[in-house]
Design a protein around this ligand. Structure first.
Ligand code: FES
Length: 152
C-alpha cells in the first residue's frame, strides 16, 4: 500500500507518514491539524471540505491523498499573511457572510480561486464558481456581498 511522506501545504513541506489511499480531508485534519476544511456530506456535494490544489478548488473528501503528488495545497489556514487576513476573509467578516460558520472555509477558498482567476467576476462566473458550496443557514446574499466586496 502506497505511503505518502510529505505534502506541500500552505507554502511548506509537511512531513508525515500516511497511507496514500486515505482521503486528503482526513490527512489534512487528523495528521496535520488543519481543521478549517470540514467533513460534510463526504460525497463531493456540499463543498465544506474544499481546499485549493494548484489554485483549483477540490473536494478533499473525495480525493485520495496520494493523488496530490507534488501539487501545492492551500487551506484556509494558509491565507493569512503576516498576521493580516486575506482580503476575502476580511470581506466575509465585514459582510457578515456566515451564521454557523461550518461552510465558511470552503466558501472562502472557492471565492479565492474565483477571484484569482476572475478578479471582477460576472454573475455567471460567480454562480459557476460558488454553485457547489452549500450553506445550510442560507446566508447566500451576504456571501454574494462578501465576494463582491473582495472583488472591488
Ligand atoms: Fe466534501 Fe461535502 S464533505 S463535498
Amino acid at each position: 500500500m502506497a505511503t505518502i511522506t510529505r505534502l506541500h501545504v500552505n507554502g511548506r513541506d509537511a512531513a508525515l507518514e500516511a497511507d496514500g489511499e486515505r482521503i486528503l480531508l482526513s490527512v489534512l485534519r487528523d495528521d496535520l491539524g488543519l481543521t478549517g476544511c470540514k467533513p460534510g456530506c463526504g460525497e463531493g456535494q456540499c463543498g465544506a471540505c474544499t481546499v485549493l490544489v494548484d489554485g483549483k478548488p477540490v473536494r478533499s473528501c473525495s480525493m485520495p491523498a496520494s493523488a496530490v503528488g507534488e501539487a501545492k495545497i492551500r487551506t484556509v489556514e494558509g491565507l493569512e499573511q503576516d498576521g493580516k487576513l486575506h482580503p476575502v476573509q476580511q470581506a466575509f467578516l465585514e459582510a457578515d457572510a456566515m451564521q454557523c460558520g461550518y461552510c465558511t472555509c470552503g466558501m472562502i477558498l472557492s471565492a479565492v480561486a474565483l477571484l484569482e482567476q476572475h478578479p471582477t467576476p460576472t454573475e455567471e462566473q460567480f454562480l459557476a464558481a460558488m454553485d457547489g458550496n452549500i450553506c445550510r443557514c442560507g446566508v447566500y446574499n451576504n456571501i454574494r456581498s462578501a465576494v463582491k466586496r473582495a472583488s472591488e
